[in-house]
Structure formats: C-alpha cells, structure tokens
Write a protein that binds this ligand. Structure first.
Ligand SMILES: NC(=O)c1ccc[n+]([C@@H]2O[C@H](COP(=O)([O-])OP(=O)(O)OC[C@H]3O[C@@H](n4cnc5c(N)ncnc54)[C@H](OP(=O)(O)O)[C@@H]3O)[C@@H](O)[C@H]2O)c1
Length: 194
C-alpha cells in the first residue's frame, strides 16, 4: 500500500502562513524542500498555488480547488505576461495544463483536481508530497505515511494559517537537521504502516 507524504514548516506556535505567505525566509529549508520534492508530485491547495505565483518547476503540480473554472480563468492574471499557459485538456478527473516561460521549451505539468478523495497515491510512480496549506494538511495528514516537518525556532505573532495537531498520530523517527534557526524532523504515522 502506498500513501502520501507530507512536507511542511511551522513555527514554535504552529504558524505556517500569514496573509497568504510563509512568514520567514530560510534558504536552507527551501533547498531541503526542493531536494525532497524534485522529480516528484506536489499537491497543494488553491490558495498556496496562488501565493506561489507559478507552479513548482520539475515537479508535477496537483492543485486542489472546488471551482476549477474560476481558477482557470484567473491563471493569466496569476502568472503574468511572461508565461505561457496551454492545454486545458479535460481528463476524466482533472484538467491538465502545461506551463512555461515565454520562449522557453521547459514545461511544467499542472493538474487541477476537484477533490482530494479522488487522489490515489498508487497511481503515481513517484513520491506524492502534500505541500499545504493548512486546509490541505488537515485533510490529508490521516493519509500520510511520513511527515517531514521543519520546526522554525521562532514565535510568529500575526499568523493566520496553522499546522494541525499531528503528535498523537505520528512519532519521530529521525532528526534530519538541527540549526540555530530551525530543525527538520522525520515523523512516521503510527498505525498506517502496520
Ligand atoms: N509553512 C509551510 O510549510 C506552508 C506550506 C504551504 C502553504 N503555507 C501557507 O498556508 C497558507 C494557505 O493555507 P490555507 O489553508 O489558507 O489554504 P490552502 O490549503 O493552500 O488552499 C485552500 C483551498 O484549497 C481548496 N480545497 C481545500 N480542500 C479541498 C478539497 N477537499 N477538494 C478540493 N479543493 C479543496 C479550496 O479552494 P477553492 O476555494 O478554490 O475551492 C480552498 O479554498 C498560506 O499562508 C501559505 O503561504 C505554508
């Protein structure tokens, strides 16, 4: 049986976002995120996708929204004039698009899904990472075998998106990194893999 994996960063007071953005800039943690997700599938909610302003390159981007048409209409505005947005193929369960910078050949695949329930990790040959935000972590964590959590060693005052309680369902298996600013811990689901 194959499950999702989750990757996230939260502050000491469980904040993951403020005003639609991540309220810290930690290049080393970003490198870690890139290293883990590169070549894999990333799943995110519509709000997180909009806040990125473009899909994550070299990864298959799966975006969740209850209103695909609304998001599709907004895409040129989200991406701006230097990007191309092609496709719009309506597959059985998703809309498929290709995204590239104008004049560049490299393309990123984007799939827009209407429901998390319809996503089955077994369908994907690679790892499939749940990348936020709060609404998506909340719904998907019960289906995640692994959680890679960066604990940012700060309190964030104005946070408005929070990481859900997970401690009773997951146990730490490895401390991957510890720096003065953050630490990364790998957790495993206590019962999914048994
Ligand atoms: N620190 C981190 O690791 C991290 C990671 C990612 C994001 N963030 C932060 O988290 C914040 C965003 O989190 P959020 O909770 O507000 O938004 P979100 O989870 O990114 O997106 C929520 C949207 O996803 C769609 N959605 C949710 N559940 C769905 C389902 N079951 N089926 C289909 N669509 C579904 C809905 O889109 P529609 O309204 O279009 O239907 C909903 O409004 C931002 O501040 C972002 O920067 C932090």
């Amino acid at each position: 049986m194959k499950y999702f994996k989750a990757i996230a960063a939260m502050s000491l007071n469980r904040v993951i976002g403020a005003d639609g953005k991540i309220p810290w800039h930690l290049p080393d943690d970003f490198k870690w995120f890139k290293q883990m997700t590169m070549g894999n599938v990333v799943v995110m909610g519509r709000k997180t996708f909009e806040s990125l302003g473009r899909p994550l390159p070299n990864r298959k981007n799966l975006v969740l929204t209850k209103h695909p048409q609304r998001l599709i209409k907004k895409m040129p505005e989200i991406f701006g004039q230097y990007h191309e947005w092609r496709g719009g193929k309506h597959l059985k369960r998703a809309y498929q698009f290709h995204f590239s910078k104008l004049g560049e050949k490299n393309e990123t695949e984007i799939f827009i899904f209407k429901s998390l329930d319809k996503l089955d990790p077994q369908e994907f040959p690679t790892d499939i990472f749940i990348c936020g935000g709060a609404q998506i972590y909340e719904q998907a964590l019960p289906r995640c075998s692994d959680l890679y959590l960066t604990l940012v060693k700060r309190e964030i005052e104005n946070g408005d998106a929070f990481f859900p309680k997970f401690e009773n369902k997951f146990e730490p298996v490895e401390e991957i990194k510890d720096t003065p600013e953050f630490k990364i811990v790998h957790y495993r689901h206590k019962s999914l893999l048994k």
